[in-house]
Design a protein around this ligand. Structure first.
Ligand code: DGL
Length: 272
């Protein structure tokens, strides 16, 4: 039995589109409802209590759009508020476990770096999962607070001196530690992967959780006979909690397809 209901995906802002991109690549006919909480981004500098409240409202919004599954395409929510997600009435996917598993598979020297928001790093969730899988791994972390606002501002090009300097400043110690694998533990960070990759050098594998999360989603939908069986390209709806104009501009760049303003709607999720 095919299931044409959309996949619900959310993030604090634009970052979750890096997961959307991978899901579209693997499952082009899936319908997608995306919510970016652009009115309240960033999440990563807030308390766990606030992040959990926001996550609950985001998830309730997606459920109100009759989604068949919820994907927390946000490293911060995945680290701090996954317990709630697991209690939803539809299947729930997050981005921490796939990244931890992928990093363990990839490392040769057992030195793994983790980049994330302050809340993600403070949660210790990636580290805990890595050490469970590979107890003698050495883990190095960095909270990169300025990366999210840079990306939301559309500053991510590899020739931008501000971006380059910021990357260098946050990654200096991790580079010195000699990691061979680096988790981009916030879904905004793959947008900076060119600059991060150039700074870290060729021998370092960057882990984009979106890729492995998309694979897990596809596996689940296939095994449970929940794929949308249409041959047509899926419908994509975008919702944001602040103005749509700048979101659509950057979203088009990130997804590599035009996100017209008519496809995006501003909602006030606190008042559903
Ligand atoms: N994309 C979110 C994440 O993965 C950004 C969090 C934030 O808004 O600070 O953590």
């Amino acid at each position: 039995m095919a299931d044409a209901r959309p996949i619900g995906i959310f993030d604090s802002g634009l970052g979750g589109l890096t997961v959307v991109k991978e899901i579209i690549k693997l499952m082009p006919s899936e319908n997608i409802v995306y919510f970016g909480d652009t009115g309240r981004v960033p999440y990563g500098t807030r308390s766990n209590e606030t992040i959990k409240r926001y996550a609950k409202e985001d998830e309730e919004f997606l459920l109100s759009r009759s989604v068949k599954m919820v994907v927390a395409a946000c490293g911060t929510v995945s680290s701090v508020a996954s317990d709630m997600g697991k209690k939803l009435p539809v299947p729930y996917f997050e981005v921490v476990s796939p990244a931890a598993k992928e990093a363990v598979k990839s490392t040769k020297n057992k030195k793994i770096g983790i980049l994330g928001t302050n809340a993600t790093i403070a949660s210790g969730e990636h580290k805990r999962q890595i050490l469970e899988l590979l107890p003698d791994a050495k883990v190095y972390t960095a909270g990169c607070t300025l990366f999210v606002p840079l990306v939301e501002e559309g500053w991510y090009k590899s020739d931008d001196v501000v971006v380059k300097t910021t990357v260098q400043r946050y990654l200096e110690d991790i580079k010195k530690a000699g990691v061979d694998t680096l988790i981009l533990g916030c879904t905004h960070y793959p947008i900076l992967k060119e600059v991060i990759g150039e700074y870290m050098g060729e021998g370092v594998t960057l882990i984009n959780a979106g890729v492995s999360t998309a694979k897990s989603v596809k596996e689940y939908l296939t095994e449970n006979d929940m794929l949308n069986e249409s041959n047509e390209e899926g419908k994509r709806e975008f919702y944001v909690s602040d103005k749509v104009g700048s979101f659509c501009k950057t979203a088009s760049l990130l997804l590599g397809v035009e996100v017209e303003e008519e496809k995006a709607t501003q909602v006030n999720i606190g008042n559903l």
